[in-house]
Structure formats: structure tokens, C-alpha cells
Design a protein around this ligand. Structure first.
Ligand code: AMP
Ligand code: MN
Ligand code: MN
Ligand code: MN
Length: 282
């Protein structure tokens, strides 16, 4: 494997095992067709797709890293931590993720109760219908239901008008602790990476604290090139990676051919001066 920043690495995407719509095998084929040569499936809080993804990648001659995206509550906000190069059979991370998933069913019922109050019945069953894995029922599945019902024209509209703070269908939730998520990833032999830092509702001082604390507990990387960032943010978080000494990651955050803005592997390369996160996997 080369450490060049020009490697077509895509280290963030989702399958039907969480809130994506394609199977691990279909994702592997799509990655291959799009020229990806290093890939990680990073389903939310779940490792159920890892074996299939690894086998499919191997059959197509794509290098594979075990992956996950862990939901974390930090300073009252939800942030996401990607784990790369993890052993998907490690008991510690499996148990931690099981606990992290636990509250999703109950949260989904509370979300549906709120939607009912604004005149939208049947949201729990409707969302469940879109969930390939009922343990992983997520806001994305509710978003697809609201689009199917013609209440919003696309999922982007949903996340402007529903399911987010101060809008119908938002239910605050306590996810994993940051320190625990990083510890699980490290214990499973992986590298912890802050996902899409441009998306968080944290001010500059809170972000500074997040970076410093994350480093203190052994976090190593940050996503710079992601489907969740604008070109301006590629610059901003490239500078953050340098300033704090983080390894840089690259991933589409692909969920679905129609919903996702950026396809697997269709991202700009990492800037030359950054150290790619995959340099540690030689
Ligand atoms: P949950 O883990 O149930 O809170 O769902 C979070 C998921 O919702 C994310 O992983 C995204 O797939 C999706 N999501 C959240 N915010 C947005 C947004 N603004 N636009 C599109 N998808 C979003
Ligand atoms: Mn998602
Ligand atoms: Mn995320
Ligand atoms: Mn994601």
C-alpha cells in the first residue's frame, strides 16, 4: 500500500446495516467502479457489516480497513468519532457499541409521538420500514419516511424543518462518552478520527478544547476531505490538522446514490502537506 496522498482512499460510508441504502457488497462494487483502492465501511454504532465488507473488498482487490462511526455526546452536543483499522471481533468495542445502540428504539418512539402532535401519524412504523437493521433506527430513516409521505421534498429539507433542535421530532439523546469511544477504538487496535468537524454546533473555544482533549486521550486523526465539508472547510480543517498535529482523513460519508452529494471515491485528494491517516497502516 502506498502512503501517497493521491491514493483513492474512502474511509467513511454507510450500508443498510446502519442508515445507508446499499448492501456492503454493493458498496464494495461501487467503490471499485469509482476507483477506490483503500476503503472502510463505517456504519453508525454497529459492526454487523464488517465481515461482508472485508470479504467483498478482498474479492475485488481493494485494500480494506475495519471501520465504525461512533455517536458521542460531548458538552451536550452530538459528535461522531470514526474508528479505522479496528478488529471487528473485539469484545470490548462490540459491548460498548451494543450499549450505545440501546436507546435508539425508545428514542424513535418519542420522535414519532412528537411528529403525531404536529399531525404526522405512523412515523415509527414508517421509519422502521426503511431501517435494514431495526436496532439502528435513526433520524435518517424518519427523514426518508417524511420524504415518502410528501411532507418534505428531500432529506435536506427534512433536516431543516424536522428532527433537529427546536423542530418537531427532535429528541435529545445521551450517546457514548468521548473517552469511552476512543478507548474502545484503541483497544480494538484502531485509530480514532474526529468525523466532519465542520458540522458541529460548538464555538471556537469548545472546538479547541475538543481537539486538545481528543489528543490527550490518544485520538490521532481528523477528517479534512469529507462529503460534509465545503471546499472552504477543506482549507480550514487542513490547517487545523497541521496546527494540532492530527493525521488527515478522507471519506465521502456516502449513504445513498440519490441522497448523497458526493459518491464513493469522488473526492478531492488530501493536500500534499498533510499526513494521511492511512500512513499508520503500513
Ligand atoms: P441519528 O444517529 O439517529 O441521530 O441520525 C444521524 C444521521 O442523520 C446522520 O448520520 C446523517 O446520516 C443524518 N443527518 C443528520 N443531519 C443531517 C443533515 N443536515 N442532512 C442530511 N443528513 C443528516
Ligand atoms: Mn448517517
Ligand atoms: Mn456522522
Ligand atoms: Mn457518517
Amino acid at each position: 500500500m502506498t502512503s501517497f496522498s493521491t491514493l483513492n482512499a474512502d474511509l467513511h460510508c454507510h450500508s443498510v446495516v446502519s442508515d445507508g441504502t446499499l448492501s456492503p457488497e454493493a458498496l464494495a462494487e461501487r467503490a471499485k467502479a469509482n476507483g477506490v483502492n483503500l476503503w472502510a465501511l463505517t456504519d453508525h454504532d454497529e459492526l454487523g457489516g464488517q465481515q461482508r465488507a472485508r470479504a467483498a473488498a478482498s474479492a475485488l482487490n481493494i485494500e480494506y480497513l475495519g471501520g465504525v462511526e461512533i455517536s458521542v455526546t460531548w458538552m451536550g452536543q452530538t459528535i461522531h468519532i470514526v474508528g479505522l483499522g479496528i478488529d471487528a471481533d473485539h469484545a470490548g468495542i462490540l459491548e460498548g457499541l451494543r450499549r450505545t445502540r440501546d436507546g435508539r428504539g425508545n428514542r424513535a418512539k418519542l420522535m414519532a409521538e412528537q411528529l403525531l402532535k404536529v399531525g404526522i401519524p405512523g412515523a415509527y412504523e414508517g421509519a422502521l420500514h426503511f431501517a435494514g437493521n431495526h436496532d439502528l433506527i435513526s433520524r435518517t430513516h424518519f427523514a426518508r419516511f417524511l420524504v415518502e409521505q410528501g411532507i418534505c421534498k428531500d432529506t435536506e429539507q427534512v433536516f431543516k424543518n424536522y428532527l433537529v433542535e427546536d423542530k418537531p421530532g427532535y429528541v435529545p439523546h445521551m450517546w457514548a462518552k468521548l473517552d469511552d469511544a476512543v478507548a474502545w477504538i484503541k483497544a480494538a487496535g484502531g485509530v480514532a478520527v474526529i468525523a466532519h468537524p465542520g458540522r458541529y454546533n460548538l464555538n471556537v473555544m469548545q472546538m479547541d478544547e475538543l481537539y486538545k482533549h481528543f489528543k490527550d486521550i490518544g485520538g490521532l486523526g481528523i477528517e479534512v476531505i469529507t462529503g460534509s465539508h465545503s471546499p472552504d472547510q477543506y482549507q480550514t480543517y487542513g490547517k487545523i490538522a497541521q496546527q494540532y498535529g492530527f493525521l488527515a482523513s478522507r471519506g465521502s460519508d456516502f449513504h445513498d446514490p440519490a441522497e448523497s452529494r458526493i459518491d464513493l471515491g469522488h473526492l478531492p485528494h488530501l493536500p500534499d502537506h498533510l499526513t494521511p491517516v492511512w500512513s499508520v497502516f503500513h
